[in-house]
Design a protein around this ligand. Structure first.
Ligand SMILES: Cc1cc2nc3c(=O)[nH]c(=O)nc-3n(C[C@H](O)[C@H](O)[C@H](O)COP(=O)(O)O)c2cc1C
Length: 320
């Protein structure tokens, strides 16, 4: 049995937020090269998909990891407690250091399926899924959630509900589901949240998420909130893929990372062809171009031409 990953992290540890369509196997390797956080999370995988014959291969492909990912947490979502049990029981064998249950995703389809932030409205079901996952594995089980579904003050009931089940860690994205990402994160609530954690489950690691862009932000927030254990950066990675370091990023650094991204894309696509019978779609790769080609004279024009490309070879020719 491996040691509990949450107990071996440094003070003010850092995490790259799980982001669907972004933090897959390729981008995580790019970030590992730029400067990794203390912990990675996968994009979320649906438990019922994994438990079905038809969806299992797709779920397994989403859960592929490489040595540079370690330690990494598998994030999962759904609403069927039995399916949580099935997926949880296999994650250790797949190389994960823990599993995290998504109880915060605001996506309409996810919520209509009863998962993500919809769990805030079905606390008994949420607890059942959490318990089933915990019973099925020796891996630490954590939860990522929002302050509430509709109203801000829901957190005073919702966070204690989860904390009474003593998850290994609790990540709080400091907004409600209704607020989506349209308002600033509610940092003013951190002291009350740390107090709730200390009263109900002092062993649970508390991670704060929302609008944190870089190590400087973490330093500022942690100086004011010394009881928070860890900090999670999501969209900040788009502004600076070196955000987990103090590195002064140059145009050349970003170009090298872009080339690495393209190479990893080709390699991963070849592997997917051999193992799963399909290559990777090129179009989603375009979401990343702005990270690498940005903030200099001519960047916008080059990006416009890159958006017209249909292959990594065409992109390579343009970026030189
Ligand atoms: C494109 C995108 C995809 C996301 N996918 C997930 C996900 O799969 N699981 C999850 O828990 N949160 C997901 N999130 C939410 C982020 O993990 C994070 O909570 C949110 O972006 C707030 O943090 P930030 O202000 O640092 O970006 C996603 C966010 C974005 C922008």
């Amino acid at each position: 049995m491996q040691t509990n990953v949450w107990e071996n992290l440094p003070p003010n540890f850092t995490i790259l937020a799980p982001m669907e369509g972004v933090t897959g196997i390729i981008f995580r390797q790019v970030i590992a090269k730029a400067g990794r956080p203390d912990l990675f999370f996968t994009e979320f995988t649906n438990v019922s998909s994994f438990a079905s014959e038809k969806g299992r291969n797709n779920a397994l492909e989403r859960l592929e990891i490489t040595p540079s990912d370690a330690p990494i947490i598998a994030q999962i979502w759904g609403k069927n407690p039995e399916h949580f049990r099935i997926l949880a029981s296999e994650l250790e064998g797949l190389g994960f250091a823990g599993l995290d249950i998504n109880m915060g995703c605001p996506d309409r389809h996810v919520n209509a399926a009863g998962g993500g932030a919809a769990m805030i409205r079905t606390p008994e079901l949420a607890l059942d899924c959490l318990k089933q996952a915990k019973q099925a594995t020796t891996l630490p089980v954590s939860v990522k959630t929002r302050l509430g579904y509709t109203y801000l003050d829901e957190f005073r009931e919702w966070l204690p509900t989860i904390l009474h089940e003593h998850p290994a860690a609790l990540t709080v994205h400091l907004r409600t589901r209704k607020e989506m990402s349209k308002v600033p994160a509610h940092y003013e609530l951190i002291p009350e949240i740390t107090k709730i954690r200390a009263q109900i489950s002092p062993t649970t690691q508390l991670i704060i998420n929302g609008d944190i862009k870089n190590l400087q932000d973490i330093q500022n927030l942690s100086a004011k909130n010394p009881d928070v254990d860890g900090w999670m950066i999501g969209r900040g990675i788009f502004e600076n893929p070196y955000c987990f370091t103090n590195h002064q990023v140059s145009h050349t650094d970003l170009l090298k990372l872009f080339q690495l991204h393209l190479d990893l894309f080709d390699k991963t696509s070849e592997k997917a062809q051999a193992k799963y019978g399909h290559t990777l779609s090129f179009e989603p790769l375009k979401h990343y171009f702005k990270i690498y080609i940005n903030n200099y004279d001519g960047a916008k024009e080059l990006r416009a031409r890159l958006m017209e490309c249909h292959s990594t070879e065409e992109v390579r020719r343009l970026i030189g």
